[in-house]
Design a protein. Structure first.
Length: 404
C-alpha cells in the first residue's frame, strides 16, 4: 500500500516537473517521447506469436505485423499490453477449455519472446516496472486478457491468470459470455448487464488488484461495473461515440461516469471507432459481406476454412484498400474527452495487430505523430505525458493500492 502511494507521488512529481517545459517548441515529438513514460494499453500481437510467423525481436514490415521491440524503440514507446485474445464461441465445456488453453499459450509465448530478447524487453507486472525498465533501455511488456471467456464459470481462474502476470481482463468481446453482455452481440442482451457470476469476477479482480477493462461490454454492463467496483476501472481500447457512432465507443455520459469513478478511456486507433465509415464505397459493401461470415459462421469453421476466410480478407485489402482516418481524427477524440471531463481521464490503446492503425500512424514506430498533432493543438508536455501514460499509471497504482 505504502509503495503504491509513493509511486503515485512520484508520477505526480514527474508531471509537475514537465509543466510548460516544451510549450512553444513544436516539432519535438520524439524528444518528448524520450523524456516521458509512454504506454499503449492494447495490442493483439500475441496472435502473431501463436501463428508462429512473427519474430518480435526483429523489425517487421506492416501490414503483416505492427508491433515489435525494435519499432517500439524507434517510436519511443516504453510499454505495451500484449493481449491474450480469444474469440467468443458457443459456451460449451469443450470450447471454454480450448479458449483457456489458447490464452495460456499466448501468455507463455509472450514470456518466451521476452526471455529470448531479454536485452530488449521484459514482462512487467507493476506500475514501477516501466520506470525501471525505461532506465535500463528496455521495453516493458505487460499482459492483458481480451475476453473473459477462458475463465468460463471457474472463479479461481481469475487468480490463476493474475499469478501468471495478467493485469487486466476485458470482461467480454464481441458476443455475450458468462460474465456479461457485449455491446455488439447480434442476439441482444442476455443478462441485462453483468451476470451474477460476472459480479463475482469484478469483486475478485478488485480483491487481487487486477484492472477491470470495460471495452467491448454493453452500456448496461458498464454501469453495473461502475456501481460494483470499489476501485477505478478503465477502457483499454475504446473511443468517443459522439464522434464515431459505434456501439463499441463510449457515450458522453459513460465518459463522465468513468471520470467520476477515477478511471480512464484509452482511445482506440481502429478506423470505425475513429470515424464513421463511408457506406457508399465498394470496399464497404464487400467488407460487410465478409463480416456476415465472421458474425454468423466463422467460429464454427475448421482452422482450414478460417484460413480461407482470412485470405479473402487480405485479398480485399489488396483490391480495395481502406482509406483510413488520420492522426488528426484520433486527436479529435482526445480533445473531446479533455473538453468534456479534463485531461486526467484519457490515454491511448492502439489495438495494433487487431485492426488498429491510421493512415499516418500505421505501426508502433509512428506513434510520435500523435504527439506532434497534440503539440500543434497547444497541448503542454505535462498534458501529453498524462495522455501517454500518466493517467493510466495513476489508475493502475490505485487499483493495486486498494486491493483487499
Amino acid at each position: 500500500m505504502k509503495k503504491a502511494r509513493t509511486f503515485l507521488l512520484m508520477v505526480g512529481g514527474l508531471l509537475a516537473g514537465l509543466n510548460g517545459f516544451c510549450e512553444g517548441k513544436d516539432g519535438l515529438a520524439m524528444e518528448i517521447h524520450k523524456r516521458i513514460i509512454t504506454i499503449d494499453t492494447h495490442c493483439d500481437t500475441p496472435m502473431g506469436l501463436l501463428r508462429g510467423d512473427l519474430d518480435v525481436g526483429k523489425k517487421n514490415k506492416a501490414p503483416g505485423s505492427l508491433v515489435d521491440f525494435p519499432r517500439m524503440e524507434e517510436g519511443g514507446l516504453d510499454a505495451i499490453f500484449f493481449a491474450a485474445f480469444t474469440s467468443q464461441r458457443q459456451r460449451t465445456e469443450e470450447n471454454t477449455q480450448k479458449a483457456y488453453e489458447l490464452a495460456n499459450q499466448m501468455i507463455e509465448l509472450t514470456y518466451e519472446a521476452c526471455k529470448k530478447y531479454n536485452n530488449m524487453a521484459e514482462v512487467a507486472t507493476t506500475p514501477e516496472d516501466v520506470i525501471r525498465l525505461e532506465k535500463e533501455g528496455k521495453r516493458a511488456i505487460y499482459i492483458g486478457m481480451e475476453n473473459g471467456f477462458p475463465v468460463g464459470q471457474e472463479l479461481d481462474r481469475v487468480e490463476e491468470f493474475y499469478n501468471k502476470g495478467v493485469r487486466y481482463i476485458t470482461l467480454c468481446h464481441s458476443s455475450n459470455n458468462d460474465i456479461c453482455d457485449s455491446s455488439t452481440d447480434r442476439k441482444g442482451p442476455e443478462f441485462g448487464g453483468l451476470s451474477p457470476f460476472g459480479k463475482k469476477v469484478v469483486k475478485e479482480m478488485n480483491r487481487l488488484g487486477m484492472l477491470v477493462d470495460v471495452s467491448h461490454i454493453s452500456d448496461k454492463s458498464f454501469y453495473d461495473v461502475i456501481e460494483l467496483s470499489e476501485v477505478p476501472v478503465f477502457a483499454s481500447h475504446s473511443s468517443v461515440r459522439a464522434i464515431a457512432n459505434h456501439k463499441r465507443n463510449m457515450t458522453d455520459d459513460m465518459i463522465k461516469t468513468l471520470a467520476k469513478n477515477g478511471g480512464v478511456i484509452q482511445i482506440c486507433l481502429l478506423d470505425d471507432y475513429i470515424k464513421d465509415p463511408d457506406t457508399t464505397t465498394v470496399r464497404y459493401q464487400k467488407e460487410q459481406e465478409l463480416r456476415k461470415v465472421f458474425n454468423t459462421s466463422f467460429a464454427k469453421m475448421s482452422e482450414e476454412e478460417q484460413a480461407v476466410v482470412r485470405k479473402q480478407w487480405r485479398q480485399l485489402d489488396e483490391k480495395y484498400p481502406k482509406h483510413l482516418p488520420i492522426v488528426a481524427d484520433c486527436v479529435d477524440h482526445i480533445d473531446h474527452v479533455k473538453n468534456l471531463v479534463g485531461i486526467d481521464y484519457v490515454g491511448i490503446g492502439s489495438d495494433f495487430d487487431g485492426g488498429g492503425g491510421l493512415a499516418d500512424c500505421a505501426d508502433v514506430s509512428q506513434m510520435p505523430n500523435i504527439t506532434a498533432e497534440m503539440l500543434k493543438r497547444g497541448y503542454t508536455e505535462e498534458e501529453i505525458a498524462k495522455v501517454w501514460g500518466g493517467n493510466f499509471l495513476r489508475v493502475f497504482a490505485e487499483v493495486i493500492e486498494n486491493k483487499q
